[in-house]
Design a protein around this ligand. Structure first.
Ligand SMILES: NC(=O)C1=CN([C@@H]2O[C@H](COP(=O)(O)OP(=O)(O)OC[C@H]3O[C@@H](n4cnc5c(N)ncnc54)[C@H](O)[C@@H]3O)[C@@H](O)[C@H]2O)C=CC1
Length: 369
């Protein structure tokens, strides 16, 4: 964004931090009031969408002076928005609503200089998104047929899905999934296997109490059902230039992307020592252990370590998975990959930092669910 003023954008963004909910609510309220037809493009419940909106704005602001990062992010966002049916004209309406929102929440501190910087930044971002969407040779979404559905726990299922045509992704990435039961509700799930010649995708899904898509996938999905799948995203992929040993730390179904990474390392025969720590509440919640043990059996340089947090009578290691890391000799030379609940990721990153793992050797994605 050449002639956008990054300093003004970053400084003025401080006016809005901490008021995410009100700002996103006002933005969408205003957008739909002025453009009622746009409402149909979005899900009935807007909570996740509102979070995503602010997250996207924050990410744009933070990377506004890193053209490479920004263009990768905006291009992906633009391609991805095709699944909502968003076209070039819609960006103008969104831009008007965004500026009106910033003006309102900026209050007396909002200046003409800020207005000009944001107007320019938005126009550039919208052009990048719309161009990327139009230039993409990939479809806006894929259909996928469920060919296996296995209930591993009352609230956890593994699914295998066959996309209608090849869906490109790298091990460790996630795709968004929509079920016929909840049109427009897209929820991200990591692909739990490395890319395969037959293109099949496996998912690990937990049904959460208020989770529409997860509940449907676990309890109301059968073989032969059709799902919609969005583009792959996420940066937690294997660093293939590194020869360091690998530490994977999984919490619950956060195992999915890590299993894909381990599979990729095994398929490529990387022969870098891998420790896979699998955190679960109870021994029964270790829903994928037999598969992991089979993989371990075939792979002399892979060690799978179950860690149970709420079941002191079970065999093996006990504790929250980040809290057992200091019971091992030394992780400081490892590349670390972390996935699970957000608090678990945060704690694991802190502990790894304390144990001397350099920040740029710790990989994780913050997925907006
Ligand atoms: N299904 C998927 O494809 C993916 C799911 N995820 C995320 O992984 C999470 C999985 O959740 P559940 O299976 O319900 O896990 P869970 O809540 O049952 O926790 C599993 C283990 O994670 C650790 N843990 C949990 N909370 C912790 C905390 N506050 N501090 C430290 N350690 C903690 C503990 O070792 C615990 O035994 C969800 O947040 C999901 O969004 C992440 C990536 C992919």
């Amino acid at each position: 964004m050449k002639s956008t003023n990054p300093r003004i954008i970053k400084e003025s963004f401080a006016l809005f931090e901490g008021r995410e909910e009100d700002i996103s609510g006002y933005f969408y309220g205003r957008l739909f009031a002025e453009n009622p037809r746009l409402r149909a493009l979005f899900p009935p419940a807007m909570d996740h969408q509102r979070d995503r909106f602010f997250h996207a704005i924050r990410k744009i602001v933070w990377s506004i002076d890193s053209p490479g990062t920004l263009s990768t992010f905006l291009s992906r966002l633009g391609r991805d928005h095709r699944r909502f049916g968003v076209t070039r004209e819609h960006y103008d309406a969104m831009g008007r609503a965004l500026l009106a929102t910033l003006r309102k929440f900026g209050g007396d501190a909002w200046t003409a200089e800020m207005e000009c910087a944001w107007r320019h930044a938005y126009a550039t971002a919208a052009t990048m998104m719309a161009d990327a969407a139009e230039e993409s040779s990939l479809p806006p979404w894929w259909t996928g047929e469920v060919i296996e559905h296995e209930l591993r726990r009352p609230d956890i299922a593994t699914l295998t899905v066959r996309p209608g045509s090849s869906l490109p992704y790298r091990a460790g990435q996630y795709v968004t999934v929509q079920t016929a039961r909840w049109p427009w509700a897209w929820r991200p799930y990591s692909v739990a296997n490395a890319p395969r010649p037959d293109g099949l995708l496996r998912f690990h899904v937990r049904a959460l109490p208020a989770g529409w898509v997860g509940g449907t996938l676990v309890r109301h999905t059968r073989i032969g059902d059709t799902l919609l799948l969005g583009h792959a995203a996420g940066t937690m992929t294997l660093d293939l230039d590194s020869d360091r040993p690998i530490l994977c730390v999984a919490g619950g179904t956060g195992l999915a992307p890590l299993k894909a990474l381990v599979e990729e390392a095994v398929e490529k025969n990387l022969r870098r020592d891998i420790h896979l720590l699998v955190g679960a509440r109870t021994a029964a919640d270790l829903y994928d252990l037999p598969d992991l043990r089979a993989l371990e059996e075939r792979t002399p340089w892979l060690r799978v370590v179950p860690v149970v947090s709420e079941d002191p009578s079970s065999d093996g290691m006990h504790g929250l998975v980040p809290d057992v890391l200091d019971r091992f000799p030394d992780w400081s030379r490892h590349d670390a990959y972390v996935a699970g609940p957000p608090e678990m990721i945060q704690r694991t990153v802190t502990v790894l930092d304390e144990l001397g793992v350099p920040a740029d050797h710790i990989h994780y994605d913050r997925i907006d669910r």
